[in-house]
Design a binder for this molecule. Structure first.
Ligand code: ZN
Length: 325
């Protein structure tokens, strides 16, 4: 959408002033279901506002076939949506989604959520929502990797580099513990893959396993990952790589990995700036890769997060009623 010169920004959200308007906006965008087919009789239902149900309820109690056996059908309109279970006004959730998309800080997000005579949003609440949104990024990447498991391939050059994230120490509880991460970039498509080394190991078997997971056979691989290894280990590695049809260019021959090194410099800066718990590192890598994809595929980040939320949280029933009864 950004490419067409039209995109959503805070000004487009500022026209939303009430909860009703916010929910209407979400229904128009497909973030909340506008209607639902009754799974018992097929009637098209619209959300009915009931006491204590913020998003309304789909209710059907027709005296027709289907309901004779199962009775009344009743489902919250927020069921299986991104808004399920939240007490935060929908307008605020939308601002937080926008803030995440355009990389606002927590304090900037609190500022944008500010309303006169309404308590501020807690920083911890924003941290929680940003974390839910990182899960959305993970879901988006998972789907793409399922469709397109590998980068590289014949006539493609893949640069590989490893790096230790979290060398910088900050105050207690906020420092990043050291984690080895392997980065891979396809020079032609510029697609990046990142993997945290399991158990923080970086022996040749571990690295080769991660490379095979992401890099297609017959790729030409440029790396200086093994420069610290002795000759025997390197010999073993070359034999293993040949068995897997991967062609490694000797780092001593001047193989360049400048693209991947440049590519993840911003990531390292970002992770070192705020400090990230080791448990959260994987989600932060997903966010980073998701943003890389947005820029590579020219997706507007706010449009993209809305679309990816809709796929992960389509609303309605989780599964066919047939499975439930
Ligand atoms: Zn019905």
């Amino acid at each position: 959408m950004a490419a067409g010169g039209s995109y959503l920004n805070l000004a487009s959200l500022s026209v939303i002033t009430t909860e009703e308007e916010a929910q209407l906006w979400c229904r128009e965008k497909g973030l909340l279901p506008a209607d639902l087919e009754c799974p018992l009789c097929g009637e098209l239902l619209h959300p009915e506002l009931k006491d204590r149900s913020k998003y309304g309820v789909f209710i059907c109690q027709k005296k027709v076939a289907g309901h004779e056996v199962y009775g009344r059908f009743n489902l919250s309109a927020a069921n299986n949506t991104f808004f399920s279970g939240t007490r935060l006004p929908t307008r605020r959730v939308l601002i937080i989604m926008y803030a995440f998309a355009v990389k606002l800080s927590y304090s900037q997000t609190i500022r944008e959520c500010h309303e006169t005579n309404v308590p501020e949003v807690a920083e911890s609440t924003i941290a929680d929502w940003f974390s839910y949104l990182r899960e959305v990024c993970r879901g988006s990447l998972d789907r793409r990797y399922n469709n397109q498991p590998n980068i590289g391939g014949p006539n493609h050059v893949v640069e590989i580099d490893e790096c230790k994230i979290g060398r910088n120490k900050f105050e207690a509880g906020r420092l990043v513990e050291d984690s080895w991460v392997l980065g891979m970039i396809d020079r032609q498509t510029k697609e990046v893959r990142l993997e945290i080394c399991p158990n923080n190991k970086r022996d040749i078997h571990t690295l080769l396993c991660l490379i095979r997971k992401h890099v297609a056979a017959q790729s030409t691989i440029m790396t200086d990952c093994w420069k610290g290894y002795d000759d025997l280990t390197l010999q073993n590695f070359r034999e293993l790589a040949e068995n897997h049809n991967l062609n490694f260019v000797d780092p001593m021959s001047g193989a360049s990995t400048i693209l991947i090194k440049n590519s993840w410099r911003p990531l390292k800066q970002r992770l070192c700036r705020g400090g990230v718990r080791k448990d959260d590192l994987s989600d932060h890598l997903c966010e980073y890769l998701w943003r890389q994809d947005c820029s590579r595929l020219q997706r507007d980040p706010f449009d993209a997060i809305i679309e990816d939320i809709k796929v992960l949280y389509p609303g309605g029933l989780h599964q066919d009623l047939d499975d439930c009864v």
